[in-house]
Design a protein. Structure first.
Length: 147
């Protein structure tokens, strides 16, 4: 199962939001055949912000996290504990004028220094977007991490 939350105006960054999200995930898992060892989290831009928040608050729930065009201002990686944190794939356009690629590279370095499996796929042709050309890379990464 691949979950892609989006950040909404009602998002308050409170424990009740977190619990409501996981209740919805559990309901979906009860209704559909889900291998709970293969649940991934993905978000683009503000959705990546939400995905990071969910991963930090309950890291053992996720098999992996994909962050596309992720915001960089908050130094969330410095608060992450290495033990039990899922693998992270950053997907980012090198022409992103909102969130510079050099800051994404630094997040990858920090996670790796903590022993976390972190990778960066960057596209020199793209900016702050999500390109369909990236799908193969993303799904190959998911397959590799699912094994």
């Amino acid at each position: 199962m691949l979950l892609a939350p989006t950040q909404t105006q009602g998002y308050r960054n409170e424990p009740s939001d977190l619990e409501e999200f996981y209740q919805r995930v559990e309901e979906a898992a009860r209704r559909h055949p889900v291998d709970r060892k293969r649940v991934f989290l993905m978000g683009t831009s503000s959705g990546a912000l939400m995905a990071r928040w969910l991963a930090v608050h309950r890291p053992s729930y996720w098999r992996g996290v994909i962050l596309i065009a992720s915001p960089t201002a908050e130094s969330w990686t410095s608060r992450v504990e290495g033990s039990g944190f899922p693998p992270v794939l950053f997907v980012h356009g090198e022409k992103d004028d909102q969130f510079p690629i050099k800051e994404i590279r630094r997040h990858v370095e920090i996670l790796k220094e903590k022993g976390i499996d972190a990778e960066l796929f960057s596209d020199p042709k793209e900016g702050h977007t999500q390109s369909s050309r990236w799908n193969r890379t993303i799904f190959n990464w998911i397959r590799k991490k699912s094994a």
